[in-house]
Design a protein around this ligand. Structure first.
Ligand code: GAL
Length: 346
């Protein structure tokens, strides 16, 4: 195992950004920035042993600062949308910054994806890890409470990447963190993700309105949202389905059954790469990169297109605080928020 740190550049407000690459003994590696906890690349072998990158990333900090598609970052304080950018806890109304129609998306315009984090490197015999921490002050983007956050990224000799999060607060507040990596297992973005095979152990998913705000829980049975047996991602994506139209593709939370492990499997048959995801979170948002657009120069000299990557955002149910049909999660002083997801590359 090895960790290599390199200077990556300066943010427009003059803060230094570093990229940390965590190598295992077979040279697979992941690289992470102290900016937003962004995963910039994940190099994993295909069935011939060829090491290639399986996530979308950008080449420099200027591009990350300009980008608004949350490539590889920690989405927070709350992953997903908070409708009308407001919520109440104990009768107190909190107004957040709106940055997606009327909603607050992924914590607001200055979310955790844009923050410089403190980094501690950990090197053991069979894993390398980074502890990334940050203090989000009371009132940050409108959220109550001084929130101390720690994210631990651990990469091991078996190509398991474990992302775990912890947070404590001094006032009741909302929190749900996730990683927003866009996966593409073909390697160096050789093809888009529409022919990947995806399996999600979820009998139910959450419908959304045209602003991608949750509206109700529905059965996946008989719909394009049934990934229980494994299905080619693009097989029904253009079908006559109002939910797919509302979001221009998949951009929906699934209610994980929590019966099996892994709960999610993504496979690229041509390269032979498989990603297995196990999480302690109740939900995963499947986002098929419907709005990536053409304006990004991605790592590896690749021009971006829609559906070039897909996100599997394990998290608490988005907008639960405002939706009576969803269980709420509020973090209180004295408690510790924890969330853990393991991405195993096979
Ligand atoms: C996703 C979200 C999408 C889109 C994307 C960022 O998590 O659900 O609607 O906003 O982030 O471009």
């Amino acid at each position: 195992m090895n960790i290599i740190k390199r200077y990556f550049g300066k943010t427009t407000d003059g803060q230094e950004v570093y990229e940390y690459s965590l190598y295992n003994d077979s040279s697979s590696h992941i690289s992470v920035l102290n900016y937003g906890g962004v995963i910039t690349e994940i190099y994993i072998p295909d069935q011939e042993g060829r090491l290639e990158n399986v996530v979308l990333g950008l080449e420099n900090i200027e591009d990350y600062e300009k980008s608004d598609i949350y490539l590889g970052c920690i989405a927070g304080r709350t992953a997903g949308r908070i409708s009308n950018a407001s919520f109440k806890i104990d009768g107190n109304l909190y107004n957040l910054q709106a940055n997606n129609n009327k909603a607050n998306l992924h914590g607001g315009p200055d979310g955790f994806n844009k923050r410089i984090l403190d980094v501690k490197e950990i090197l053991e015999n069979d894993y390398a890890a980074l502890e990334l921490s940050l203090l989000s002050p009371d009132g940050d983007q409108g959220y109550p409470g001084n929130l101390r956050v720690k994210a631990t990224y651990k990469f091991d000799n078996k190509n398991n990447l474990e992302l775990s999060y912890e947070a404590v607060t001094d006032k009741k507040t909302l929190i749900t963190l996730t990683n927003h990596s866009y996966f593409n297992l073909s390697g160096n973005c050789k093809r888009d993700i529409l022919d990947h095979v995806l399996k999600i152990d979820a009998d139910k998913y959450i419908e959304v309105d045209i602003e991608t705000v949750p509206t109700k829980i529905s059965e996946v049975q008989g719909t394009p949202f049934d990934f229980r047996a494994g299905k080619v991602v693009g097989s029904n994506i253009n079908s006559e389905n109002q939910q797919l139209k509302n979001a221009s593709g998949y951009d929906h939370p699934f209610v994980l059954n929590q019966k099996s492990s892994p709960q999610i499997t993504l496979e690229d048959i041509t390269s032979g790469r498989r990603l297995e995801i196990t999480t302690d979170q109740p939900s995963v948002v499947l986002y098929t990169g419907n709005f990536i657009g053409h304006s990004y120069a991605l790592r590896g000299d690749v021009k971006s297109t829609n559906h070039l990557g897909l996100c599997l955002e394990t998290q608490w149910f988005p907008d639960a605080i405002n939706q009576s049909f969803l269980p709420k999660y509020i973090l209180s002083p004295g408690e510790v928020y924890t969330a853990r997801t393991v991405y195993s590359f096979r």
